[in-house]
Design a protein around this ligand. Structure first.
Ligand code: DGL
Length: 253
């Protein structure tokens, strides 16, 4: 079984790509809904949660882990790998590299949580892969919580999205990296603001391809899905249709 986790619902955007790439694999998805959001937590707090979830999923029979959360990857993927040396771990990092390669204007933006914005890992990613372009790092406090509450049509969110994105577009940014898995569910709202002025960059499919490379015999299972959460696990299943992921419901074991 492949274990996939996030602070909450955001990682379901990665799970959808994983299921598409590995339709026969069995997945256990864990949402840390008792501790969401991670974006306003310290690195130590996030590491503590990630290690606890890693242990839980490993004990549950997962032999490959996908950290479907940029914030958790930035804060704790190294600690998770050190704690489980025999377990392959796939992390997710903002698509700075493809955005920098494809940008025509030489200006890209990356939308992230506050914790990711402050992380050394993001600084290193920019230093290593975006030397030739200007990178605008935009923390988006509150956005993940809106997704978590399924308040995708909230006018206050739409106003905040516009207020953050318009200045980036005015700076000439032509690639906008979704550096938090919750933001994938805001793509329609973001596209309304962005129009044809910039392209959104989401790496869920690339994470799924990397997982596919490591999956081996895990690719052949029963195509089942387990949903786990640290609080209100029933809300996870109910959220699927609201996030246009109703197709995953038939897999739930
Ligand atoms: N989904 C997470 C990410 O990719 C974090 C959201 C949060 O809990 O603040 O960064």
């Amino acid at each position: 079984m492949i274990g996939v986790f996030d602070s909450g619902l955001g990682g379901l955007s990665v799970l959808a790509a994983l299921v598409e790439a590995l339709p026969q694999a069995d997945f256990a998805y864990y949402a840390d809904t008792a501790h969401v959001p991670y974006g306003n937590k310290s690195e130590t707090q996030i590491q503590c949660r990630v290690l606890a979830i890693g242990d839980y999923l490993a004990k549950h029979g997962c032999s490959l882990l996908v950290v479907a959360c940029n914030t958790a990857t930035a804060a704790a993927v190294q600690a998770l790998r050190a704690a489980h040396p025999g377990l392959p771990v796939v992390g997710i990092e903002p698509g700075i590299k493809p955005a920098a390669q494809d940008s025509m204007s030489g200006r890209i933006a990356v939308l992230v949580t506050e914790a990711t914005a402050n992380s050394q890992r993001l600084q290193h990613l920019i230093r290593d892969h975006a030397g030739q372009v200007e990178v605008f790092v935009e923390p988006c406090p509150g956005w993940a919580t809106h997704v978590e509450m399924l308040q995708l049509d909230d006018p206050a969110l739409a106003t905040d999205v516009r207020a953050r994105i318009e200045p980036l577009l005015e700076q000439g940014v032509d690639r906008i990296v979704l550096g938090c898995t919750h933001y994938s569910f805001l793509a329609p709202l973001l596209r309304e603001v962005v129009g044809t002025r910039a392209q959104l960059v989401d790496v869920a499919a690339a994470v799924a391809r990397q997982t596919q490379r490591l999956a081996g015999r895990l690719a052949q299972g029963g195509g089942r899905l387990q949903l786990h959460a640290s609080a209100h696990p029933e809300r996870l299943r109910a959220a699927l249709p609201r996030l246009h992921l109703g197709r995953l419901a038939s897999r739930i074991a």
